[in-house]
Write a protein that binds this ligand. Structure first.
Ligand SMILES: NC(=O)c1ccc[n+]([C@@H]2O[C@H](COP(=O)([O-])OP(=O)(O)OC[C@H]3O[C@@H](n4cnc5c(N)ncnc54)[C@H](O)[C@@H]3O)[C@@H](O)[C@H]2O)c1
Length: 228
């Protein structure tokens, strides 16, 4: 298989690229940063996905992992939403694709985090559905993942701040974040194993979006929480 991974020099994109390579697949990596992978099964394109005219001509990709994104940049909507639309529309036309996966965010459904970031990521979910409808007749699966916290450099400022980290764990039911390698497990499953689910958004967030107890009752014992 040949796989396009955008944002391949960063935490999640690099881990996902390395996973596909370790499985014997060829990766076309796109990033504004220099290549972070040195392997015969990897070709790096130093491109900004916001700039449609810079995107290389590729006509043999089977899978796209739309991952490149920034948080709280000057222009999250152009970068995360319009840039991803640029990549998708270009390779929908030139490639015989089998699967597309969008890396949205838990903030796409919760509205948490920064205003333009949340808007850019929820915009991706509407666009994902649109692409899923258009490509279903060709048997192409198109889905999104909405991740909670992942241990990548993007989050060093909160992970390395013990006060912030304690507050995060207080509102994270499973009391942990994901590693980029765990994200790679999901990406491979959803793009290669999955043949029957399309147009869906999976929230993979250690329960932060909807496992915080909100039910109020005078006698807590009846709720049977282990700590009661
Ligand atoms: N880390 C998390 O907790 C988390 C949670 C939910 C969603 N996400 C999403 O996952 C994706 C990857 O996040 P990460 O934590 O690995 O971040 P990261 O900053 O480590 O990596 C992102 C990569 O994308 C590249 N990139 C950004 N804009 C680009 C553009 N316009 N053109 C080309 N390359 C571009 C960056 O240079 C970087 O290498 C992002 O879309 C992010 O919003 C991350």
């Amino acid at each position: 298989m040949k796989v396009i991974v955008t944002g391949s020099s960063g935490g999640i994109g690099k881990a996902v690229s390395n996973r596909f390579i370790s499985l014997g697949h060829f990766v076309y990596g796109f990033d504004i940063k220099q290549s972070a992978i040195n392997n015969d099964l990897y070709h790096h394109f130093n491109v900004d996905i916001k700039n449609l005219s810079c995107l290389p001509d590729i006509n043999d990709a089977d899978i796209i992992f739309n991952n490149a994104g920034m948080q709280n940049s000057e222009d999250d909507i152009s970068n995360n939403l319009k840039g991803t639309i640029n990549v998708t529309e270009k390779y929908i036309k030139s490639c015989k694709l089998k699967s597309i996966l969008f890396n949205a965010s838990a903030s796409a459904v919760s509205g948490q985090e920064f205003p333009e970031y949340a808007a850019s990521k929820s915009g991706l979910l509407g666009y994902m559905k649109n692409v899923a409808i258009r490509l279903a007749p060709q048997g192409v699966t198109v889905n999104a993942i909405s991740l909670g916290g992942v241990h990548t450099p993007l989050n060093d400022c909160v992970v390395n701040n013990s006060d912030c980290w304690q507050k995060i764990m207080d509102v994270t039911p499973l009391k942990k974040w994901m590693t980029p390698d765990e994200v790679a497990d999901w990406v491979v499953f959803l793009t290669m194993t999955n043949k029957s689910m399309s147009g869906q958004n999976l929230i993979i967030d250690n329960g932060e979006y909807d496992l915080i107890p909100t039910f109020v009752w005078p006698d807590n014992k009846k709720l049977n929480f282990p700590q009661n």
